[in-house]
Design a protein around this ligand. Structure first.
Ligand SMILES: C[S@@+](CC[C@H](N)C(=O)[O-])C[C@H]1O[C@@H](n2cnc3c(N)ncnc32)[C@H](O)[C@@H]1O
Length: 284
């Protein structure tokens, strides 16, 4: 047990095979994410916050808050009588988030698997926007959410839908399966751990939540250029997109993926029509 605890994730880590690396982030990726997510994840996060019906005075945990854009927005919704805590395991993203700190808004480095620093029943709402698919195991983080929420508290999740990879990721996987990149295979075929609507319902049931909304939604994405699509994938995966490759191959893979993506370019950029999952539940 002692040696398991030393690696920072405790017993849960025994199950985290293929978990994304949290040590590939950089200042540049964090700044890119802040810029690119403003017209993407931030917008779907604002809709999720609205659907959660967050009102002034509530205490909100933004779990996997990234650079804090959504947490900042929610701190306006809850007003001076409420409070928002943003938690993310990436120190460089929390550093950027802290520039948004206010009396009712704070940020900490932390992990959804271990919210030990947060007291039981101390929040009204937990929001996880574009985070759930990064969690290799779902019950432990949901149990932690249930613990920090009071009975009746809500959790809101906006996430990738299982079976709906973007065309950018499909092309990247194909490139990475070819020589010379195939000499360095990823530990798993896919980087993320998305679930479908039924699985989401089952996870809520198992962890003490009653589902209020589980919905698959159409989602259209646009990247103005192949380069923009690659930058987005690198920033939103905190370096995991090509992070398994040695530096010289990483540069080559970028060039090859860029060339293949060129075939998808339309007058409006690269368009992907996909689907995503939105789920809201109340703690029983
Ligand atoms: C695509 S970003 C979303 C950031 C933010 N929620 C937003 O709406 O822009 C995914 C975030 O999930 C975080 N993440 C990954 N693994 C996590 C974990 N085990 N616990 C908490 N957050 C995690 C990453 O550090 C990253 O900031």
């Amino acid at each position: 047990m002692g040696s398991v605890r030393e690696n920072g994730l405790g017993a849960a880590n025994l199950r985290l095979v293929g978990a994304p690396s949290l040590s590939l982030d950089s200042d540049e990726l964090a700044r890119d994410y802040e810029r690119i997510s403003a017209t993407r994840q931030f917008q779907s996060g604002q809709r999720l916050a609205a659907e959660l019906g967050i009102v002034p005075g509530e205490r909100v945990l933004d779990l996997g808050c990234g650079t804090g854009l959504l947490a900042e927005h929610i701190s306006d919704l809850v007003g001076p009588q409420g409070s928002v805590v943003g938690i993310d395991p990436l120190p460089l993203r929390i550093e950027l988030a802290r520039s948004k700190q206010r009396p009712n808004l704070s940020f900490e480095v932390g992990d959804a698997f271990h919210l030990d620093m947060l007291q039981d029943s101390s929040f009204d709402v937990v929001i996880m926007n574009a985070v759930f698919h990064w969690l290799p195991e779902k019950t432990r983080p949901l149990l932690e959410c249930a613990r920090v929420l009071h009975p009746g508290g809500r959790v809101g999740i906006g996430t990738m839908l299982k079976g709906h990879r973007t065309r950018v990721h499909q092309i990247a996987s194909k490139v990475l399966s070819e020589p010379p990149f195939d000499r360095f295979p990823r530990p798993r075929a896919q980087l993320t751990f998305p679930v479908d609507a039924e699985e989401m319902r089952a996870f809520f049931e198992m962890t003490g939540f009653s589902a209020l909304l589980i919905e698959v939604r159409e989602s259209t994405r646009m990247w103005p250029s192949p380069e923009a699509a690659i930058s987005f994938s690198e920033a939103s995966s905190f370096g995991n997109f090509l992070g398994h490759l040695p530096p010289e191959l990483k540069a080559r893979a970028r060039v090859t993926i860029r060339q293949r993506l060129q075939n998808l370019m339309t007058a409006d950029g690269i368009i992907h029509h996909g689907r995503r999952l939105v789920a809201i539940a109340a703690r029983r």
